[in-house]
Design a protein around this ligand. Sequence first.
Ligand code: HEC
Length: 149
Amino acid sequence: MRDFVIGALALVALGACAQQAPAEMTQAQLVARGEYLVNNIGGCNDCHTPMTPQGPDVTQALQGGTLIFAPTIPMPWAPVAPPLAGIPTHYTEEQFAAFLQTGVRPDGSRPLPPMPAFRLNPEDARAMTAYIATLPSADETAPQTPPSE
Ligand code: HEC
């Protein structure tokens, strides 16, 4: 009986915790979480960042990369991973976050392998998107041609 009461109390306590709305993350916290997810969990740099013998070139994070591996059997395959830094112009940030939850592009198509179809929860998708949006896009990092006189 005593165990039952303690158990019931524990359940009530858990319920009370569950009802507390999680504190809304600040933008800086969201970007920090996104950086962690992209760099430590998602492995996005392994394909979407130019590769060097030492690993992805982090000075060109998510600027697009040619894959250094290929399938050993014939299968649909995309040998190049496009730039993501700054969010590709054919996505809004909402569409990019939706893609990370479904694996489906805004136009209804799906990327070829080896792009994984991620099924992130809305918070993590929003965090990854917020971080990737902070990275300078390929166009911005390209050497600027001085205006001709
Ligand atoms: C194993 C390699 C690999 C990994 C890991 C990977 N990608 Fe990809 N990704 C690709 C390839 C290759 C394509 C291009 C597919 C195609 O052209 O059909 C792609 C396509 C995409 C696209 C579609 C781009 C467009 O123009 O529509 C997005 C968005 C994307 N990846 C985001 C990510 C994110 C974010 C991560 C990490 C969470 C990630 N990818 C991890 C290989 C990878």
